[in-house]
Design a protein around this ligand. Structure first.
Ligand SMILES: Nc1ncnc2c1ncn2[C@@H]1O[C@H](COP(=O)(O)OP(=O)(O)OP(=O)(O)O)[C@@H](O)[C@H]1O
Length: 337
């Protein structure tokens, strides 16, 4: 666990970048620092691995004040990923990833084996290992950056806007990959972003900071969306807060009707489309109950001319149909809190 105890950072020119910050980043969870430009996110993050030291207050790593640990020792247990990966340009990808284990005294073979294993783990083709960073796309470089940070298997990972330099599609896949990796590795992650959607998607807890380095709210994403602490947080969350809340509402309780009672065409157990009176087929939007959120179910319904959503299992086989009335009922329960 990482604990900030009334941490303040005042730079030499008098700028107060972080002001009395107190919070905990629990072990095995992703804590996101989010806020507008200049609110002190990077400064807060860098105080954890002592790239910057606080002016006042303390940061504890599992109960030990980080300023009592010498920086090289501290950083051995802390992986660090930055925007645009920061790879060594003149080293092959495999050597970039093997750098830290090698510095820790692993033999060359073992360090390279570890690097290859990690490249695969972050979803990269092993063939890329022999290339140089400039021969990779931005998204691939970011994956290498994550692999490199994980190389020595540190319990803590600091990530500073790691995905902001790539296009939205690559960004989504990097986020999905991080969620998958985290479910396997359960690292203590502190993740900095200025993108509230990214914060809500990735964070177990989200710390919203305001300019001047003050904590505006610390909450899980669901609470943040349903109970913003003040107007600043509400404005920062932006539009569609009501709709976005639905992504945290489960769908296992939705009432399913028998597809045979509807105009859904089913072949080999799979939905083909909604059969119109004219005989034409209209697309059928689907979702997986229990896995997908009420937002996905609503989206599926809105894609269907009938207004109903088709519930399917993980293999795409029809489980039932959620009528507009059943969705209405679920939505009104959400609105009632
Ligand atoms: N070395 C420094 N000397 C003086 N002021 C600094 C220094 N580094 C950062 N600052 C100031 O401290 C404040 C917080 O900066 P910081 O980089 O932590 O913010 P941030 O939230 O990460 O911003 P961004 O999203 O734009 O990267 C800003 O006003 C910045 O100008």
């Amino acid at each position: 666990m990482i604990t900030f105890e009334s941490v303040t950072k005042r730079y030499a020119d008098g700028t107060v970048a972080v002001d009395g910050l107190s919070l905990e980043a629990p072990t095995g969870e992703i804590t996101v620092f989010v806020g507008p430009s200049g609110c002190g996110k990077t400064t807060s993050l860098r105080m954890i691995n002592r790239m910057i030291d606080p002016t006042e207050g303390r940061i504890l790593l599992d109960g030990t004040d980080v300023t009592t640990i010498d920086p090289p020792t501290l950083r051995r247990g802390i992986g660090y990923v930055i925007q645009q990966a920061g790879l060594f340009p003149h080293r092959k990808i495999v050597d970039n990833v093997a750098t830290v284990p090698f510095l820790l005294g692993w033999d060359k073979r073992k360090a390279k084996d570890r690097a290859m294993e990690l490249l695969e783990r972050v979803g990269l083709d092993p063939k890329l290992a022999q290339r140089y960073p400039f021969q990779l796309s931005g998204g691939q470089q970011q994956r290498v950056g994550v692999a490199r940070a994980l190389a020595a298997d540190p319990p803590v990972l600091l990530m500073d806007e790691p995905f902001s330099a790539v296009d939205p599609i690559v960004r989504t896949s990097l986020q999905d990959e991080l969620i998958r990796l985290q479910s396997e590795l359960q690292k203590t992650i502190v993740f900095v972003t200025h993108d509230i959607d990214e914060a809500i998607k990735l964070g177990d807890r989200v710390a919203v900071l305001r300019v001047g380095g003050k904590l505006a709210q610390l909450a899980d994403p669901r609470t943040l969306l349903s109970e913003p602490a003040d107007d600043f947080v509400r404005d920062f969350l932006g539009r569609d807060r009501g709709i976005r809340r639905l992504q945290f509402v489960a769908t296992d309780g939705l009432e399913l009707s028998d597809p045979a009672d509807t105009s859904l065409d089913v072949q080999d157990g799979r939905p083909v489309g909604w059969r119109r009176d004219s005989g034409e087929l209209e697309p059928a939007g689907t979702f997986v109950p229990g896995r997908d959120s009420l937002r996905s179910a609503l989206d599926a319904a809105l894609l269907s001319p009938s207004g109903a959503a088709v519930a399917v299992d993980a293999d795409g086989k029809v489980l039932g149909v959620v009528s507009r009335q059943a969705l209405d009922k679920a939505l009104s329960e959400v609105a009632d809190g």
